[in-house]
Design a protein around this ligand. Sequence first.
Ligand SMILES: C[S@@+](CC[C@H](N)C(=O)[O-])C[C@H]1O[C@@H](n2cnc3c(N)ncnc32)[C@H](O)[C@@H]1O
Length: 292
Amino acid sequence: MEIKKANNLSCPLCGLLLQLSEKQHVCLNGHSFDIARQGYVNLLPVQQKRSKNPGDSKEMIVARTEFLNTGLYQPIAERFNELCHELTVGHKDESEGVCLVDAGCGEGYYLQSLLSHLERAGTEREVSFIGLDISKPAILAASKRSKKISWLVSSNKQLPVLPGTVDIIICMFGFPVYESFKESLKPGGKLILVDAGQDHLLELRNIIYPSVNMSDASDLAGAEKSGFDMYSDSRLTYAVNNVPNEQLMNLLHMTPHFFRASQEGKQAVSQLQSIDLTVDVVFRVLHASHPC
Ligand SMILES: C[S@@+](CC[C@H](N)C(=O)[O-])C[C@H]1O[C@@H](n2cnc3c(N)ncnc32)[C@H](O)[C@@H]1O
């Protein structure tokens, strides 16, 4: 596989193509965006920010990196890699390049794992990888995982790519914005949604909530309205035993459960030595079909 830097980035201020000059991305209207020392680019103008520091905090990112680096979610990455491999390598003419965008990539664990997987697979295909997140601490951490990926501070609400130029958008445990995703995808492009299933971390949720909400992954009415059809649907369920307290606390900190859990619940978790957990994850691939 030849990894190409993304050549379809668009200016967040006027939408024109961003050209790469020495240390900047610049559009024909003269809007310029510096490449930071760590290699990422901030394409989130202040007018698109709802708060000073949007997205996950530095503490959440550190907790997520420590947790993901233990490998306890590696089976999720492996399933995800197989799915992307099939969609990337299997379905099109080898001479055509592929552009993949991880929208809400966090600290980059899954995109970096995918890149390594596709490199090992040894296809001839040219692939460009874009990882974006609204959280600057997330993108700073992601920049350390790989220099081959275009890491961007940006929002799912306005993906900074030219319309109709992306083959696959990935949204893992994230916040899909279907209209913006649809506009960015090529006709027939795919959206991979990875979400918690109803039994995900059930043992932990039983401790932190007085009553547990057993709803499954979010419904797809919004996606259908924006012109997506279901392409495939699968599930991965497995057990991880004896998760030590340190990783359990990281897990709690890296998810919205931390903000929703009761004080007593968090206290009870902090006193556990270890716990057995169920991982239950739903993988849905949507196909960008008819126009919105
Ligand atoms: C639960 S985390 C998942 C991160 C990563 N996909 C993973 O699975 O490790 C959700 C991520 O979405 C990001 N986020 C929230 N709102 C966003 C938006 N409007 N655009 C892009 N990213 C967003 C957060 O900063 C956070 O990193």
